[in-house]
Design a protein around this ligand. Structure first.
Ligand SMILES: [Zn+2]
Length: 148
């Protein structure tokens, strides 16, 4: 949840009235707590080290993440949406506006470690604002008409 506007201004110098309406609406819809964001960052870091072709995690980081989440298993990070393996090389190919890999959410309206992962950009765009369950139901419905 986003803090009240007055508190954002006083505590952080953020003037919500100076932002574009689309930005304000996105912030209000998707704001997460600092703690949730830190948990998400740890999970995403863990998932990166579990990708195909990922560099080996420095020992102190590996120990920290493994104590927190579990063993780092190479080649085990899958696209959250299509479940194909994801390669670290996708980050190397990423260019502004043309990334082939993005962070993704099982439920796009919730930002927590249990709900995040990486996905192909195309998969993430296809999922749109739907939860994964809603998306798979929608896809199945489409496919039942296209390929009965
Ligand atoms: Zn995918």
């Amino acid at each position: 949840m986003l803090l009240p506007d007055a508190q954002l201004k006083k505590q952080f110098g953020i003037d919500m009235s100076s932002l574009k309406p689309q930005v304000v609406s996105k912030l209000r819809e998707k704001a997460a707590t600092y703690d949730d964001c830190m948990e998400v960052a740890k999970m995403l870091t863990f998932l990166v080290y579990c990708m195909q072709d990922a560099p080996e995690a420095p020992p102190e980081i590996a120990d920290y993440l493994e104590a927190l989440i579990g063993p780092i298993v190479p080649n085990s990070t899958l696209c959250l949406i299509c479940l194909k393996p994801l390669s670290f090389d996708l980050f190397r190919k990423a260019r502004r506006g043309k990334a082939e890999i993005e962070t993704a959410h099982s439920n796009p309206r919730s930002h927590s470690a249990a709900n995040v992962g990486f996905a192909h950009r195309l998969c993430n765009i296809a999922q749109g604002p739907l939860t994964l369950d809603e998306f798979y139901d929608w896809m199945q419905d489409v496919l039942s008409r296209v390929r009965p």
